[in-house]
Ligand binder design. Structure first.
Ligand SMILES: NC(=O)C1=CN([C@@H]2O[C@H](COP(=O)(O)OP(=O)(O)OC[C@H]3O[C@@H](n4cnc5c(N)ncnc54)[C@H](OP(=O)(O)O)[C@@H]3O)[C@@H](O)[C@H]2O)C=CC1
Ligand SMILES: Nc1c(N[C@@H]2O[C@H](COP(=O)(O)O)[C@@H](O)[C@H]2O)[nH]c(=O)[nH]c1=O
Length: 336
């Protein structure tokens, strides 16, 4: 996994179009899906579009919800993510990405191949990037194998003519289908199994209610055949909840798939805790899960000597650490 983590987001018609062939802007998503996209915007560091999308749609590319803007501010972020326009020429001075919301977000214009653009954004501290189109930008980033997650909303209409959502030959892995009123959201991830499930665990960590006195962690339990058995994130059901604890709580420990399953977690499972008597390390051992893939080794912030990974390894669990995910795992943590 390289940084930034890239979420490509698009709305298409049933027949695969991103827009029609008229000059008027076509909004395919219904209100609930636009609100879902707004929540995704609030969870990234930058939103990127191509120059033709700016010329065709004149978007503002801002988080719309006042509550989400306030939540970002409370996390020490700008109210809305950095706006990035990919273009070989200057953006028209009257474009809304330049004239509107300047107090909420900056706008930069970048030019160059996807890898270079991503390196420049990473160097400026962008850990999560959302690409909102258009067709060419989606195609170029997919072709460069630079997309980690694709969110495709299918709207209930046929368009007939216009720019299509066109990719390249690339195998995706379906991680979720969700009805959003009249639209259907399809979520795909790319890459090998460990990479895509650890990235998914890090994305789940973004859902944690913020806390100054506990970590924000996400976790996915995946069977050997790729079936997701459970997911969890910190404080999911109760303020004291840990991610692995809630995921394993949802499972029957007699499930024969658990010994062959892997727990993907954005933080090393706790080996000591003050909040409850049973550690996540113990929950994992009790459930008999055979493999743990983790992103961030627990820093000695809340307990003196974090020891979860060592205890799991001593007990015969295969433990794999993927340090290239550390920045992604740290991002939702206020005290990082
Ligand atoms: N339904 C949906 O979710 C969405 C639909 N859309 C629709 O998509 C259409 C636009 O898509 P499309 O026409 O493919 O255009 P894009 O928005 O993908 O922009 C392509 C243009 O951006 C510039 N550009 C792209 N990549 C780079 C790069 N790496 N470096 C420098 N410049 C770059 C180039 O133009 P130049 O250098 O001349 O600026 C290029 O022609 C519109 O109709 C819009 O409504 C758009 C977003 C979302
Ligand atoms: N049409 C369309 C999308 N279009 C995207 O949203 C941008 C408009 O942003 P804003 O001006 O901030 O509202 C537009 O330029 C394009 O990137 N997105 C979606 O989720 N669903 C849709 O149907």
């Amino acid at each position: 996994m390289r940084l930034p983590h890239v979420l490509a987001s698009a709305a298409v018609s049933i027949d695969g179009f991103l827009d029609d062939d008229t000059p008027e802007r076509l909004v395919l998503s219904g209100p609930a899906d636009l609100d879902r996209v707004d929540a995704e915007r609030a969870g990234v560091d930058a939103i990127l579009v191509g120059g033709d999308t700016v010329r065709a749609d004149d978007p503002r590319l801002l988080v719309r919800s006042p509550q989400r803007r306030a939540d970002r501010l409370a996390r020490g972020l700008r109210p809305s993510p950095l706006r990035v326009v990919l273009s070989s020429r200057p953006v028209a001075p009257d474009a809304r990405v330049l004239t509107e919301g300047r107090e909420l977000a900056d706008t930069v214009v970048l030019c160059g191949p996807p890898d270079e653009v991503l390196d420049r954004l990473a160097a400026h501290g962008v850990v999560r990037l959302m690409i909102e189109g258009g067709a060419r930008v989606h195609r170029d980033f997919l072709a460069a194998h630079a997309v980690d997650e694709l969110q495709l909303a299918i709207a209930p209409r046929l368009v007939g003519a216009g720019p299509r959502f066109t990719g390249v030959p690339l195998q995706g892995h379906l991680v979720e289908t969700r009805r959003v009123e009249q639209d259907v959201l399809l979520r795909y991830r790319f890459g090998d199994a460990d990479t895509r499930w650890l990235a998914e665990a890090c994305s789940l960590a973004e859902r944690c209610p913020p806390s100054a006195s506990a970590f924000s962690v996400g976790c996915v339990v995946v069977a050997a055949d790729g079936t997701v058995l459970a997911t969890g994130h910190s404080r999911r059901d109760d303020v004291l909840d840990h991610a692995e604890e809630v995921a394993l709580r949802d499972l029957d420990h007699a499930d024969p798939r658990l010994p062959g399953a892997t727990i993907y977690t954005s933080l090393e499972p706790c080996g000591q805790r003050a909040s409850r008597p049973t550690t996540c390390t113990q929950h994992i051992l009790d459930a008999g899960v055979g493999r743990v893939v983790m992103a961030w080794r627990e820093p000695p912030l809340f307990v003196g000597t974090p020891s979860g990974a060592a205890r799991l390894a001593e007990a015969g669990v295969e433990v794999i650490e993927r340090p290239e995910f550390v920045e992604l795992a740290r991002r939702p943590n206020l005290h990082r």
